[in-house]
Design a binder for this molecule. Structure first.
Ligand SMILES: *Cc1c(COP(=O)(O)O)cnc(C)c1O
Length: 458
C-alpha cells in the first residue's frame, strides 16, 4: 500500500555524496569490523542510521551564526545568547555549558551523589548510569512495566511507575535519593514519551520527600510533540508552551545538544538552585573550561542557541516524528516485528522475534545489524545484550529487549532513503531462517558495545 508522508519543510542548499558499495566490498568491510557496526568507517556506509547524536544537518541560519563566534576566554557574547535561549525556551535559571551531555552528567553526579545513594530513573542510559555508579550511586529502574514489552501500545510508555518510586523511598529513605532522573523521551525503551500528567505527579511526590527532579532532556522536544498529539488538553498548545510546562516540573536537566538542540557537538547542565550552580561552576573549570564556555567554542554556543529556537518550530518536529513513523509503519505493514508505538527518534527492530531461532547469548540483534549492512550498506546498531553489559559480579545482563536501532538523523535523509532501508529489511525477513548467530571474540571491560568483535557461528 502506498504510504502518505509529510514532505520536507526545507530545501537542499549543500549536498554530501555518500558511498555506493558492492556486496563483495561490504563483505570485506564487515569482516574487518568484527561484525560490529561501530567499527565500520563511515566512508563505507550508504545510509547511516547508527545514531541521531551529532549527525544533524544545521540550517543556513545556524551556519551564519558560526561566523558570529566570539572566542573570548571569558564572557563570550555567544554564551549570553545561549543562556538567554535556555532561559526563554526551557525556563531554567542557570546554565553550565559542557562538551556534550555526558560532561553535564559527570558534573551533576559529582555534586549530588554520595556513596550508597540511589538514583531512580525511567530505564537506564549507558553514560548516565556509568556516571551515577562511578560516584557510588546505584541506579534503580522505576519505569512502568509496559516499557519492557515491545508490543505494548501504551501512548506514554516512558512514564515513571509512581508505586515503584514510592516503594524505593520507603525502602532506602528519601535522604538516600538525591534526585530522580526522568528521561524525556526514553531512548532505550524506543524513544517513548512521558506524559505531562506523569511529570506533574512525579514532581509532587518528589517534592513531598525533598527529592530533586532532574530531567535527561536530550529529546525533550520530541516528548513535547507526543504530548501535543496524544494528551488531552494539549492539542491547541504550541510545542514551545508544552516544553516550558514540562520543564516547570523539574529542578534542572542535563542536555546533550547533539540531539534536540540541532547541533553537532555540545551540551549543558541547567539548574535552578543557586548553591548547586556554584558547586557546578567549581567543577566545570576542572573538567571542561571557564563557566562561560565549558566545553564549547563561542561559535558552537551560537549555533546551539539558534538550534534551540529552531527546534520548537512545529513544522520541523512534525516532519521529524512523521518520518520515523513512516519507516516504522512500512516495516510493520510488512509483518516485521518492531517496538510499538514508534518513538521519536528511531525505529527499533525486535531481534528476538526477527530471529527466534538464535538464542540471546548468540547475539541476534548484533547479527541483524551486520546482515542489514551486508544487504544494502545501511548502518544500524545493537541495543540488547551487548549494550547492557555485565553486572558487578561479571554476569551478563539479559535485557528483555533485544533490539536493533535504526536512528534517524535530523533533517538529513529523505523518504526515498527510508524506502531503501525498509525494503532491505523486508528482504532480510524473507531470508531469516538461513541466518545463524555470532560468538564474541574480543570484549573490552567497559561499554563493550563500542569495540567488541565477533565471528559468525558455523
Ligand atoms: C546521547 C545521550 C546522552 C549522552 O549525551 P552525549 O552528548 O552523547 O554525551 C544522555 N542521555 C541520553 C538519553 C542520550 O541519548
Amino acid at each position: 500500500m502506498e504510504k502518505k508522508y509529510v514532505a520536507e519543510p526545507y530545501k537542499i542548499k549543500v549536498v554530501e555524496p555518500i558511498a555506493v558499495t558492492s556486496r563483495a566490498q561490504r563483505e570485506e568491510v564487515i569482516k574487518k569490523a568484527g561484525y560490529n557496526t561501530f567499527l565500520i568507517n563511515s566512508s563505507d556506509v550508504y545510509i547511516d542510521l547508527l545514531t541521531d547524536s551529532g549527525t544533524t544537518a544545521m540550517s543556513d541560519n545556524q551556519w551564519a551564526g558560526i561566523m558570529m563566534g566570539d572566542e573570548a576566554y571569558a564572557g563570550s557574547k555567544n554564551f549570553m545568547k545561549l543562556q538567554e535561549a535556555v532561559r526563554e525556551v526551557y525556563g531554567f535559571k542557570y546554565i553550565v555549558p559542557t562538551h556534550q551531555g555526558r560532561g553535564a552528567e559527570n558534573i551533576l553526579s559529582q555534586i549530588t551523589i554520595k556513596e550508597g545513594d540511589y538514583i531512580p530513573g525511567n530505564m537506564y542510559f549507558t553514560t548516565t548510569r556509568a556516571h551515577q555508579e562511578m560516584n557510588g550511586g546505584t541506579f534503580v529502574d522505576v519505569i512502568i512495566d509496559e516499557a519492557h514489552d515491545s508490543a505494548n501500545e501504551n501512548p506514554f510508555k516512558g512514564n515513571i511507575d509512581l508505586k515503584k518510586f514510592e516503594n524505593l523511598i520507603d525502602e532506602v529513605g528519601a535522604d538516600k535519593i538525591p534526585y530522580i532522573c526522568v528521561a524525556v523521551t526514553v531512548n532505550l525503551a524506543g524513544g517513548q514519551p512521558v506524559s505531562m500528567k506523569n511529570l506533574k505527579e512525579v514532581s509532587k511526590l518528589a517534592k513531598e520527600n525533598g527529592i530533586m527532579v532532574m530531567y535527561d532532556a536530550t529529546r525533550c522536544v520530541e516528548n513535547a510533540y507526543f504530548i501535543k498529539e496524544r494528551e488531552e488538553g494539549y492539542q491547541d498548545k504550541s510545542i514551545a508552551e508544552i516544553l516550558k510546562e514540562m520543564m516547570s516540573y523539574a529542578d534542572g536537566c542535563t542536555m546533550s545538544g547533539k540531539k534536540d538542540c540541532l547541533v553537532n557537538i555540545g551540551g549543558f547542565l541547567a539548574i535552578n538552585d543557586e548553591k548547586l550552580y556554584q558547586k557546578a561552576t567549581q567543577l566545570v573549570v576542572v573538567y571542561e573550561g571557564m563557566p562561560s564556555y565549558g566545553g564549547m567554542s563561542g561559535r558552537d554556543m551560537e549555533a546551539m542557541a539558534r538550534g534551540i529556537y529552531e527546534s520548537v518550530d512545529y513544522n520541523y518536529i512534525h516532519h521529524r516524528i512523521t518520518q520515523c513513523r513512516y519507516l516504522g509503519d512500512k516495516l510493520s505493514d510488512a509483518g516485521i516485528p518492531i517496538v510499538k508505538p514508534v518513538g521519536g527518534h528511531a525505529v527499533f527492530l525486535d531481534a528476538k522475534q526477527f530471529y527466534p531461532h538464535i538464542p540471546q547469548d548468540e547475539f541476534p540483534a548484533q547479527m541483524l545489524a551486520a546482515q542489514l549492512y551486508l544487504k544494502s550498506g545501511v548502518r544500524s546498531m545493537e541495543r540488547g545484550i551487548i549494550s547492557a553489559g555485565r553486572d558487578k559480579d561479571g554476569n551478563n545482563y539479559h535485557p528483555k529487549l533485544e533490539l536493533v536501532r535504526l536512528t534517524i538523523p535530523r533533517r538529513v535523509y529523505t523518504y526515498a532513503h527510508m524506502d531503501v532501508v525498509a525494503d532491505s529489511i523486508i528482504d532480510l525477513y524473507k531470508e531469516r531462517d538461513k541466518v545463524k548467530g555470532l560468538k564474541m571474540v574480543y570484549e573490552p571491560p567497559v561499554l563493550r558495545f563500542f569495540t567488541a568483535r565477533f565471528e559468525p557461528l558455523k
